[in-house]
Design a protein around this ligand. Sequence first.
Ligand SMILES: [Zn+2]
Length: 372
Amino acid sequence: MGSEGTDTSLEDDLLEELRSAIHPAAGDAERRASDSKEAEDDDVSKPQPLPQPEHVTAEAARKASLYAAVEDVIDRCLEAGHETVDLSSMSLDSVPNESLRRLKALTKHAMIMNTDLTQMSYSPIEVALQLYLSNNTIAAFPSEILNLISLRVLSLRQNRLTHIPAALARLPHLEQLNLSGNQLQHLPYEMLRLHDRERFSLIATPNPFAELESSKAPDLNLGDYRSGRAPLLVAQSTPTLFYADASTVKPDVNVVAANSGRVPSLLELALRKCKDLQGVAEMDDWCCTGGGPSSLKLPLALAQQTAAYGDFECTLCSRRFVVPRVQWLEWWNVPTWPRSRHGLPRRLPPAIIPFLRRGCSWACVKELGHVV
Ligand SMILES: [Zn+2]
């Protein structure tokens, strides 16, 4: 399926990007197979075994020491009810999900200033969690952050992230987000919704974002950006279509016209079932170590990504899926500056940021009016 119309280098790049987003220490499949121990060490979703002194390597000892320091910081915050968790500048290349998960238990009590005590004096008040992970070397977005419902402020400034999950936009109270100084080529389209929140502020530059061709950019007066103004669409790339196995379709109008339904493929249904049964990692290992067909590598990498960070959601019809059938970039002019103490935007230059849109079917993108 689709073997004649594929662009191998594009798929290799996509596969590498997916793998680095989840397993930053593991590159291609072959290296993963030979370095399976190293990949295990870097998999923050697995419990970290206690180091045994006679077998421990210097790297494992270093990591155990860092994770113990993380636990100390979190212990102090939990004991004192501190909402500001500062894990910045700790030389962390990952953060254990188990440690972050404990922050869900953070409670804060009102300060009792007088002796007129009521039942309310002892009731926990709403937590406004602030998590600072800046100035580290984190390469894979810690998935447990997506479960921190009380998160208001998140700083991932100066790390090595190549991917931000779309599910970050579902955190209901997120108000400040700093992603500057990473390796991001685009942000998920879903994050544009965060700008509907009156108090939301984003700092996303600098990052090596995909550049907008000057020929496609309208003559915008970027200096006229005002507080509260909604993001503005500047330009969009030509959509890239994918077959059901995630291989790339070369431009072929006849193929698209003949395959424009919304019915999910059998592979898509099988991947969803495999994910529900939590068998994706095992399938992926089996495929990467030569047990399975190479055509399954990319679909299984996508299934791994959605297992860690949640299903993709079609930005056109809201259906959920594992294998995107179409994607394209949209450059939006968005307010990226933080607000001052008085709620007014600070004077920083506005930014044009590329957002990646994904769709569940070719039919969806045709309805949008794209010429494909
Ligand atoms: Zn759709």
